[in-house]
Design a protein around this ligand. Structure first.
Ligand code: 0GY
Length: 291
């Protein structure tokens, strides 16, 4: 394997073998800086290598994708300027997810809506953010409901049992990042994974991103150990799964993924044309570009 700088996205990803259906959406990616134009947050827990909107659009086109959902990452805190700048530059080809202060006003959120933001993200990973007691998000959630936005939640599976009452009570569509971050060492029969499936079984407003095999895998590329988890989600909840690259892959400790190989992971979890069409096109279009 190439020795790559773990703070910088893959410089020359391979051309995927899998040809994505026309209109496919990368529903989870970020823009970082560049730091001299869009400074990183003083409260950040990591400082990424710059990854500009131009770099993102180049990757989108190279992989054969049509649209991006740009997710505000923790290193930019609650200053969504880089994310919104990227959405504006992409025109109709991008939407975004913001991270906001708890005292933000409805008018400020309306301005973000006009700029293409369609939801807010709450992260519960201590290595990314200082913890916010979930009940303090209620006011923001209520404003999301008024705007027809959704809520994105990022947690690790060990924390789900504690967070579930909060997540299950959210009245909007909820999107869970990175397959709920299962611990693949524990296996598909473990109560943590079963708890996640139970949450999805019982709450049809909860969607899940089939993203992040490179983060979840213990064995590394081509992420064989993550396939059964992804496939379970796609086959059980075909109308509420999304896919994304997670480019530019902050905080990778073992390797920097080849984004072409991440596209080649898709047909291993979405094994039919119908499932691929739903996950890559129909579902994200319904959520982010409704007619
Ligand atoms: C991801 C995952 C990570 C980082 C962030 O907001 C973030 O900084 O989401 C991570 O470190 O697991 O979705 O990019």
């Amino acid at each position: 394997m190439d020795i790559l700088d773990l703070n910088k996205f893959h410089p020359n990803p391979s051309k995927p073998t899998f040809v994505v259906p026309p209109g496919s959406v990368d529903a989870h990616c970020h823009i970082f800086g560049p730091g001299d134009v869009f400074p990183y947050s003083p409260k950040r827990k990591y400082t990424p290598g710059d990854a500009s909107k131009e770099d993102l659009f180049r990757l989108r086109d190279f992989l054969g994708l049509s649209r991006n959902v740009i997710v505000q990452a923790s290193c930019h805190g609650t200053d969504n300027a880089a994310t919104i700048d990227g959405i504006k530059a992409a025109g109709e080809k991008a939407r975004g997810i913001a991270v906001v202060e708890l005292d933000i006003t409805l008018d400020e959120l309306r301005a973000m809506d006009a700029a293409g933001i369609r939801g807010v993200r709450f992260a519960f990973l201590k290595r990314l953010v200082d913890p916010t007691p979930p009940e303090r998000y209620q006011r923001v959630i209520e404003m999301c409901r008024q705007l027809g936005w959704h809520v994105v939640v990022y947690f690790e599976s060990a924390d789900l049992e504690d967070l579930a009452p909060f997540i299950e009570a959210i009245p909007t569509t909820v999107v869970v990042d990175h397959m709920g971050r299962p611990d693949v060492k524990l296996g598909l029969e473990h109560p943590q994974w079963k708890r996640f499936l139970r949450m999805l079984d019982e709450h049809e407003n909860i969607w899940v991103k089939v993203t992040g095999p490179e983060r979840i895998s213990e064995t590394g590329p081509p992420y064989d150990d993550v396939v059964p988890y992804g496939r379970t989600l796609v086959e059980r909840y075909p109308d509420r799964v999304l896919w994304g690259t997670d480019w530019p892959h902050p905080n990778m400790e073992t390797h920097m993924p080849d984004d072409g190989k991440l596209v080649d992971f898709i047909p291993r979890v979405a094994t039919t044309k119908e499932l691929q069409q739903k996950m890559l096109v129909d579902n994200p279009m319904r959520l982010y570009w409704p007619k």
